[in-house]
Design a protein around this ligand. Structure first.
Ligand code: ATP
Ligand code: PRP
Ligand code: MG
Length: 282
């Protein structure tokens, strides 16, 4: 059976299990369950700390796992990104009290607190900057400056709410753009069975990111309408019974739905209907 590590806690845990469930896999009902077999699909899930997932994958004790790109890079484990999963998006950034440190070059000689110290050290090394110290903290890193443990932090930023509440401001370019990722062991062929898991997860991502759009358009306007909705490969165009119009079906990015409907209406399409995709395999 393919062994897959899944975060047992934290912000990745819920969405990771939801995604696997949507891909047709059994997921645990009780958060105290540590292992769950899904024999029908030939997979066994191990619920592990998100920070440890890449370590298990790198050691070869599990075949693949879901973690954050930031956690993967910080772990230094022999694991590589296999598939970005498009949830838990965040940036990893430096921040300091307003006006104190405003450029990365000013980090020389400063104390920097983070839960991702390997990542921070590696980043500073590429810039040739030597800090006074890189202080490892487990969490609530935003409080470290006020409490006098550090001058600057490097932390996960999603909305920026936590930073603002702590009176901190980001500076410099993002150190990293992170999201949840499926990881596998470095330098090995993907293990047997991972291809099916990958295709299923890709199907879930596509079903979330795209909608199906149907519309009717006079035959002489089909080319203009199809230019607005080119679809994945090419849209399906079927003749209507009246012989004057065609029915068109195409996949459209969910975020573009209303702009595309406006454009189609302008072209002359009518009866535009948008449907969510429940599942797909491209
Ligand atoms: N607010 C957030 N938005 C998006 N991703 C986040 C957020 N907070 C943490 N993450 C991501 O979650 C992963 C860290 O998971 P981890 O469980 O260690 O911390 P957590 O989600 O902050 O949970 P906790 O602090 O409760 O242990 C990283 O990949 C990080 O980028
Ligand atoms: O930009 P925001 O939307 O505010 O989100 C980012 C915050 O969310 C996470 O914190 P969490 O609540 O998990 O606490 P932690 O620092 O103890 O991990 C992360 O570590 C940041 O602190
Ligand atoms: Mg956290």
């Amino acid at each position: 059976m393919l062994r897959i590590a899944v975060p047992n806690k934290g912000s990745l845990s819920g969405p990771a299990s939801d995604m696997l469930r949507e891909a047709g896999y059994r997921q645990r009902r009780d958060t105290r369950e540590l292992v769950l077999a899904d024999p029908d699909n030939g997979v066994e899930f191990f619920f592990l700390r998100p920070r440890d997932v890449a370590v298990y994958v790198g050691s070869g004790t599990v075949d693949a796992g879901i973690t954050g790109r930031d956690l993967l890079l910080d772990s230094g484990a022999d694991a590589v990104e296999h598939l970005p999963l498009r949830f838990a998006g965040s940036t990893f950034r430096f921040a300091a009290p307003a006006g104190t440190v405003t450029e990365v070059s000013q980090l020389a000689g400063k104390r920097i607190a983070s839960s991702y110290t390997t990542l921070v050290r590696a980043h500073l090394a590429t810039k040739g900057i030597e800090p006074a110290a890189v202080v490892h903290l487990d969490g609530a890193v935003e409080s470290s400056v006020r409490l006098g443990v550090a001058d600057v932090i490097a932390d996960v930023v999603e909305t920026g709410t936590t930073l603002r509440a702590a009176g901190l401001e980001i500076f410099g370019e993002p150190i990293l753009r992170s999201e949840a990722v499926l990881v596998r062991r470095t330098g090995e062929e993907p293990p047997a069975g991972l291809e099916v898991v990958t295709r299923r997860l890709q199907g879930v991502i596509t079903a979330h990111e795209y909608v199906l759009m149907d519309y009717d358009v006079p035959v002489e306007l089909v080319d203009a309408a199809v230019a607005v909705t080119p679809g994945f490969e090419s849209p399906t165009v079927s003749p209507l019974h009246n012989g004057e119009s065609a029915a068109v079906r195409a996949m459209v990015r969910r975020g573009d739905t209303n702009r595309v409907m406006d454009a189609l209406y302008e072209v002359g399409a009518r009866g535009i209907i948008v449907t969510s995709i429940h599942a797909c395999r491209l």
